[in-house]
Ligand binder design. Sequence first.
Ligand code: AGP
Length: 611
Amino acid sequence: MCGIIGIISHNNVQHMLVQALKTMEYRGYDSAGICMLEDAASGLKNVKEKGKLQHLQQALKQQPLTGNLGIGHTRWATHGKPEVRNAHPHQTATLAIVHNGIIENHQALRTELQQTGANFLSDTDSEVIPWLWQQQRTQFSNEKEAFLHTLNTLKGAYAIAGLQAHDPDKLWFARRGSPLLLARGSSGVFVASDALAVAGEADEVMYLQEGEWGWTTLEDTYVFDVQGKSVALKWQAMPHMVSATDKGDYAHYMLKEIHEQPRVYRDILHAYTDVSGSVHFPQADFIHNDTLPKRIIMVACGTSYHAALTARYWLERYLKVPVEVDVASEFRYRDPVIGDHTWLITLSQSGETADTLEALRLFKRRTPHNKTLAFCNVPHSSLVRESDGLIELYAGPEIGVASTKAYTAQLMALALFSLQLAQQNQALDTKEVQQHIQALQYAADHVDVLLQESHQFDMLTQIFSHAHGALFLGRGPCYPLALEGALKLKEISYLHAEGYAAGEMKHGPIALVDKNLPVVVLALRQYHLDKVISNLHEVQARGAKIILITDLPKSECPQDVDAIVNIPEGDFFSAPLIASIPLQFLSYNVARSKGTDVDQPRNLAKSVTVE
Ligand code: AGP
């Protein structure tokens, strides 16, 4: 969701603000804006534009700003349409803020503030913050008290950066429920949603904890807790960050990221396995040292949830303990029964997904003695910092909003995790584990070949030219793969698509079948092949257009299907890693044929930091 940045510097901050917003555009691209302050006499200067950051950049060319203090925002709309008047920063005559999160009591506050003269210009929840802050400034002569009272009046989630028109030397900030960090380097001090935003500028970083707030000048930083007590500053070295702003020769980040997958598979294998074929997770020692759990709960959202669903098949087969998988937004509100000897596994590309974080916090509150493990692509994220162990995904920054390489990285890491637990449980011996690891290594090679021959997926696109939707069918680990194939198509081509367990198809969705409903059937030898082929015949008999993705040789494939995609055969663990590739190309190619914005599809954001 929205990306926020605040900078106080020795130099003009306009360029740095825009650069930071550029790295955070994945958080939202409905509108963008910056507000800067030159000196106490000049007043706040605000420039905002609807749409992507490039529109703001154009506007700033016409109307450049000056000042060494500034805040910026890239928006994913929650309250109020993507219009200039709803874009941040929001300001009064005396102060301005940028906000990420949701202010739940905004309606009541708006009514109260209007009665005392506030003149709201937007439909956003965020605009109550500057008016409330201004009102508190009139009530408390002490500006620390005024800001604390402002924060304590707000209900909901926020990360805020703010400045006051009379004070060009002070940048304010606060965090509750939405991520925020402080950073500093030779060019200045920063407040940002994401460390990526200040990579290259900052040498040190400090991740704010829940409820922390304060202000910073160029020389001194002050951080307080919810009661207003001083908190010790914990600067740490800025983590090394790979900048991924370059698409190279690829038309889209998504295509680039699809092509990076063999490298990602190999990096994960290299990080967690050794030549003898044993698996080790150095940032999650408890996996190796503790007794095995009696139950595992896996919680995630979207694509990460689909990866968890696949792992359930792997874990239950060999660990023989119940594995429960839930979407985080349901888990956190359904009063879950947890019990002892239970591990919570969270999965997240970003590590900042609000629902997943809250699910983790609920689990920890209820059973602090149980262990928590994060599979995450961002090692310094909130999710990782709050978990007992980390299995890092090593996918590198994923810029395309539709997840590809982070998803298959999750599958690869989950496969290794399942193999390790299977070995500890003596369900697989060392030799068997080695064989499965080898199959995972072959998966990287197979994907290399599929990528070289990716033109074979082009023929699928025309099957979708008159489609009113699409159905994806699979059984076993191919069922969550079907869910993921459908999600990918929805996200970037805006075509309605459903993933279904192939065996469930007769219980309803078969009614949708007609000649304009392409049905993608995932039929792999590892997962109930004969039954899936029977399901294929059932939809084929009703006139559906069939796209068969299979590891069967052509000679053994059912006849008269509309398209066959042959992929190399994998084993019980590696097969989904190979079968993901044609699904990614299918959605990518259909989206391109429809002319949609592949990397920044409408209404979506990469990091969902509000619930
Ligand atoms: C993936 O294509 C989606 N954009 C989305 O479903 C995503 O997987 C979900 O929001 C969870 O994000 P996370 O992995 O960063 O927690």
